[in-house]
Design a protein around this ligand. Structure first.
Ligand SMILES: [Fe+2]
Length: 477
């Protein structure tokens, strides 16, 4: 089968580089000061073994630092235990999302139910207390220096908070000065466990536990000013099957649409389960934003009709010319906070495809908001081939697209003293398959038109998520 035009984004990048000043076309706003740090899989084989799925590859960090209209770049592999063991042994060492390196059942069991759970933190980046951490969906994260990208060591959630899995999408509550996340503890009685992390001290505290017999795969959750929302999609696992099947992690999960979706609403302050609402089945990786509207809780989610998107992100398929057809849509759910068995239905806000959604998190998280930015799809059957800006109030979509170019997650950075919600820039790492290299694209978030692009010295494998740090600017100064 012929290769997809976008397969380069799923090709290993060996080089670790540092460039003081990238060539820039256009004008980088002089107010843009800080560092975009991005995370994603960048090595897809070890020795003669291959990872199966996009989410499995070994984590690489990429840094674009901005100062005085200039852009610097550096990239380094995260020296996780999973990486170091793989490099030392010449074979895949830890069980990942859809790759099982162990031939021995007992070794595999050990990998998800012991300290050997993977720390290949390739999904996201967070900053709390004095730590900047790379995250994956395990309880192990990895600290790194955002200036040098040097790995500093392991970060593990408090051992009193039990469970091998944690979300790679913690939320930050600016009013309470704490982060929220959830863990999943497998067992005869499994438990979802919300907990908080104090922004100043890093101290972790349990907020609430929700018992569950058949846990769901839940990649992110929602947060309003007063509530946390855990959306249980009907992609579920029998914990005993997970422990003893010998299959890679995600292949133990079954799509059971008759279960529908359950939205568990937890009050932050008391830890009380306020209500559980239900809807018909859908699947999602990403909650966008959520907010309170009178007595209602509004939850915006990038909804997929089912979990087919997971299967379409296996590397063999992505590298072939088989089309990626499973695309998400921005969908709004309205939950009456005081009903115990409320049935809710989603309202499609816009028809255009969207994934990897971002918004002005710093000022709008948990509050009503207007603009969502994401990656999308313009040519049917193509991969992510455009950037989209959705105006939730007006129901309109703006797009950016260029032939042969495949953009990554768009990160919004507000202009200092911004006057409007979209007063700022969008930063996106774009793979230009015509040149076989990537560039950092800067769009005016308001007009969605290009301001500048900075050429990276090589291709950058498709990233997943990233963070903009306003202070870490050493190498661009
Ligand atoms: Fe994600």
């Amino acid at each position: 089968m012929s290769q997809s035009p976008y397969h380069l984004g799923f090709t290993t990048l060996n080089a670790e580089t540092s460039t003081e000043q990238l060539p820039v076309r256009g004008t980088v706003p002089v107010w843009l000061t800080g560092t975009l740090v991005r995370n994603g899989p960048a090595r897809f084989e070890v020795g003669d073994q291959k990872y199966n799925h996009w989410f499995d590859g070994l984590a690489m960090l990429h840094k674009f630092a901005f100062a005085a209209g200039r852009v610097s770049y550096a990239n380094r592999y995260l020296r996780s235990h999973a990486y170091e063991e793989a490099m030392a042994k010449g074979r895949i060492s830890r069980g990942e999302f859809a790759t099982d390196p162990c031939r021995s059942l007992f070794q595999w069991v050990a990998s998800w139910f012991s300290p050997k759970v993977t720390d290949n933190s390739s999904v996201n980046i967070a900053q709390w207390a004095d730590a900047v951490v790379a995250l994956t969906e395990s309880r192990l994260a990895v600290r790194f220096d955002p200036d040098t990208l040097a790995t500093l060591g392991r970060y593990e959630y408090d051992r009193q908070l039990k469970g091998p899995l944690a979300s790679a999408h913690p939320h930050f509550d600016a009013a309470r000065r704490c982060h929220y996340n959830y863990m999943l503890e497998f067992g005869r009685k499994s438990k979802y466990r919300f907990f908080s992390i104090d922004q100043e001290t890093g101290r972790q505290s349990e907020v609430a536990t929700i018992p569950v017999e058949t846990p769901a795969y839940v990649h992110s959750f929602g947060m309003t000013e007063r509530y946390l929302i855990l959306s249980e999609f009907p992609l579920v696992v029998n914990p005993l099957r997970l422990r003893f099947s010998g299959k890679p992690f995600i292949r133990n999960y079954k799509w059971e649409p008759d279960r529908g979706v359950r939205f568990h609403v937890v009050e932050k302050e008391s830890g009380r389960l306020v209500c559980t609402a239900r809807s018909t089945a859908f699947f999602a990786f990403h909650h966008v934003n959520a907010f309170e509207d009178g007595d209602d809780i509004v939850v915006d989610i990038v909804a997929h009709p089912d979990s087919a998107i997971i299967d379409q992100l296996y590397l063999d398929r992505l590298r072939s010319s088989e089309p990626v057809t499973a695309m998400g849509k921005l969908t709004r759910f309205r939950i009456g906070a005081w009903g115990t068995e409320d049935n809710v239905s989603g309202e499609r806000l816009l028809e255009a495809a969207i994934e990897l959604p971002r918004f002005d998190y710093r000022r709008r998280a948990g509050r009503s908001y207007r603009y969502v930015y994401g990656v999308g799809n313009a040519v049917p059957g193509d991969f992510i081939d455009n950037l989209v800006k959705m105006d939730v109030e007006q129901g309109t979509v703006s797009t950016w697209r260029e032939e042969g170019c495949y953009p990554g997650e768009p990160v919004f950075v507000a202009r200092p003293q911004a006057l409007h919600e979209d007063d700022g820039v969008i930063l996106s790492v774009v793979l230009d398959t015509r040149k076989g290299a990537s560039f950092l694209l800067i769009l005016d978030a308001s007009t969605f038109s290009e301001l500048a692009r900075a050429d990276a010295p090589h291709h950058i494998p498709y990233g997943i998520h990233g963070i903009f740090l306003a202070q870490a600017i050493r190498s661009a100064s």
